[in-house]
Design a protein around this ligand. Sequence first.
Ligand code: SF4
Length: 353
Amino acid sequence: MSNTSQDFSGPLGLIKKWGTKWSLWPVHLVTACCGVELAHAYASGYDGERLGSLNYGISRQTNLIIVEGAISRKMARVLKITYEQMPDPKFVIVMGACGLKGGLFWNGYHMVRPSDVVPVDFFIPGCPPTPESLLRAIRELQEKIMKGESRNTIEFERCDISAEGRSCRALAPSSPKYLAPTPSIAVDVPKEVEWEFGAKLVEELRSELDGLYDQITITGKNRIAIRTCRRRISAIASKLCSKFDHVKNVNVIDLPHENSFIVEYQVSSYSVRDLMPVVVNIFARIPRDNPRFPSLRSFWESADYMEREMHEFFGVWFEGNPAMGERFLLAPDTPDYPLRKDRKVVEERYVEG
Ligand code: SF4
């Protein structure tokens, strides 16, 4: 397969260009929230199909990748493989601030600029960019194809996308001027809200969980927080798991200033109608230098993968979860516990080489 401007030369060049211009078929590769704007651009309101552009499911029959926002290091491999599978001529549009420079994940351990992985024809700034701007990029790409200036005349240097081999040209940010010595993380600040059902529910919980909690508070409409300790949290889970039948989130909050982590389970109900809108946050502090916590997967199955995720990100060891110590979501060469606040970003990555 050739990847040069000569693809469009010769007597049939004009017809080839015209055909390509009106047959830009983007492969389905939704990488982030910009994908919603892409869907919008191709839905009935903007009707991207009228430009001859139609999303398609199989990379070998497509000729355009629209990178929809953030590309993580793990996803970078997928982007690369997808690109390699597509036949020439092929094009790339990158949409969203995340795809340009990392956007709101800038300086994150996991971000890769798509332009480090594949050659890019157009960047669309914005967070997210509008459907109009995506359609504009497609029109511009069509013009470029007709003028014979399309990306396949660009020299692309293959690069290593591993952590060590990343080519980064941006300068490092200045370090923060001020770091609050003890940032206050409030997960159980009571709120005065008119919620009669909540007040009754809190009373019920207090009597049902007697001796197992430190504090139960209403933190907002439909929101209840239960503060406890790691020793008692399994007993609370065993009492609540029949009504609150699933875990929505398992979170870890890193408090390096206080040498502790807060581990929280947000649970709710699919089976009790009145409890469906209610989210109960059960949380406990654990020492950061001995981050062990009982796994609650035997009470809530959905806690399993979230515990694995938190283990990988923060190094909390969920006792009883058999996947501890394994890699699950992170790319194999990602450093350990990348979301710990004291993990240093390697500055050299941001200095012109
Ligand atoms: S640019 Fe904004 S909308 Fe797009 S992926 Fe990033 S955060 Fe999401």
